[in-house]
Write a protein that binds this ligand. Structure first.
Ligand code: AQP
Length: 325
């Protein structure tokens, strides 16, 4: 059997072109070669303030958008984290093996905590739940962007700590560094494009006019950059490489090198290229969401498959940790 891959995405809002280029596009290819589990990590999404009324809709939207972008329930196990309670059970047991210092050092925790009025323990413990997600399925490979490497390192540490404390049991999950780009915010190219930062992203559900409008407003260069390409323009090139044909990319690179690049022309071409790729995803997502019961059935069927693996792991973990009553 091929190696197992686990990956997750939070239902925190509109899945955007950063998620797509940095993760989803790659997952679509991986499912052809590996034994893949893709999880809508709804328990992760409540580590910051959220609207409970919209949660179900966001889970269905994330599921439909990923399927529309190419994830195939016939090839991969696609499910929601909250349908498999073993995730939180293992997370608690791993919490008891994790030092608070390691959690406090996490860059994402520090960044997200700075944006919160009150910081809940769930936000700090987020990487432990992520470790539980991965270890529960003994996934050998985890496709991650650079931003998630630090979290994965904790998963590896926890696997090692569990193995040395109890018995050699968990494989250490290795990162599968995606070749995908790190896309920055359109309104602020110094921080990454994020679902929860309004104005930073273009969603896979955005209509053509909205895409054009957002790209038109994207930050380019605030002023002279000492001969270096500014982060806003570099980000537009990252997007262009992700969505446009190579000859279009090369054309604009030449224009830039000759210092004759017109931002308006670059933006217009970029918006058109994005819309060409996004339109079929947008349409398929709409069709799927018109039948939410079918989307739920996909999640239930996926959870049933995931649970078979998760229950086996938990029964072995309980034994190893001494819970034998
Ligand atoms: N800007 C990005 N560029 C490239 N890859 C990205 N990913 C996220 N943002 C970018 C990758 O998408 C996958 C799923 O991400 P996630 O939803 O689990 O969490 P996130 O990284 O926290 O994504 P967001 O959009 O920033 O969500 P919020 O705003 O809710 O925190 C991951 O593989 C991630 O690397």
């Amino acid at each position: 059997m091929s190696e197992r891959i686990f990956s997750g995405i939070q239902p925190t809002g509109n899945i955007h072109v950063g998620n797509y280029l940095g993760a989803v596009k790659n997952w679509v290819q991986l499912q052809e070669k590996y034994d893949c589990l893709f999880c809508i990590v709804d328990y992760h999404s409540v580590t910051v303030a959220y609207d409970p009324e919209g949660l179900e809709e966001r889970v269905l939207d994330a599921t439909a958008t990923n399927i529309a972008a190419g994830l195939d329930p016939e090839k991969s196990i696609i499910f929601a984290q909250s349908l498999v309670p073993e995730h939180t059970e293992l997370a608690w047991l791993l919490t008891c093996l994790t030092s608070v210092g390691a959690l406090e050092r996490m860059t994402q925790f520090k960044e997200k905590a700075a944006r919160q009025e009150s910081i809940f323990a769930g936000l700090m413990n987020y990487p432990i739940l992520m470790a539980a997600d991965i270890l529960l399925y003994k996934a050998g490979l985890v496709p991650v962007g650079e931003d998630q490497l630090q979290h994965l390192e904790l998963s590896r540490d926890l696997a090692r700590r569990f193995n040395s404390t109890f018995r050699e049991y968990f494989p250490e999950p290795k990162p599968l560094l995606t070749s995908g780009a790190r896309v920055m915010g359109l309104n602020d190219p110094s921080s990454k494009m994020s679902k929860s930062l309004e104005g930073s992203y273009i969603g896979l559900a955005d209509e053509e006019d909205l895409i054009k409008q957002k790209i038109r407003r994207a930050v380019t260069d605030p002023g002279p950059q000492g001969g270096k390409m500014g982060p806003g323009v570099a980000n537009l090139f990252t997007l262009l490489e992700g969505f446009a044909d190579p000859d279009v990319v090369n054309y604009f690179k030449r224009q830039y090198a000759q210092q004759s690049l017109m931002y308006s022309e670059l933006k217009e071409s970029l918006a058109a290229a994005m819309n060409t790729k996004i339109a079929p995803i947008r349409e398929k997502r709409r069709e799927l969401l018109a039948k939410p019961e079918k989307v739920k059935d996909i999640l239930y069927a996926g959870a049933e498959q995931a649970r078979q693996i998760a229950q086996r792991t938990m029964s072995e973990v309980r034994q190893l940790m001494g819970f034998r009553i």
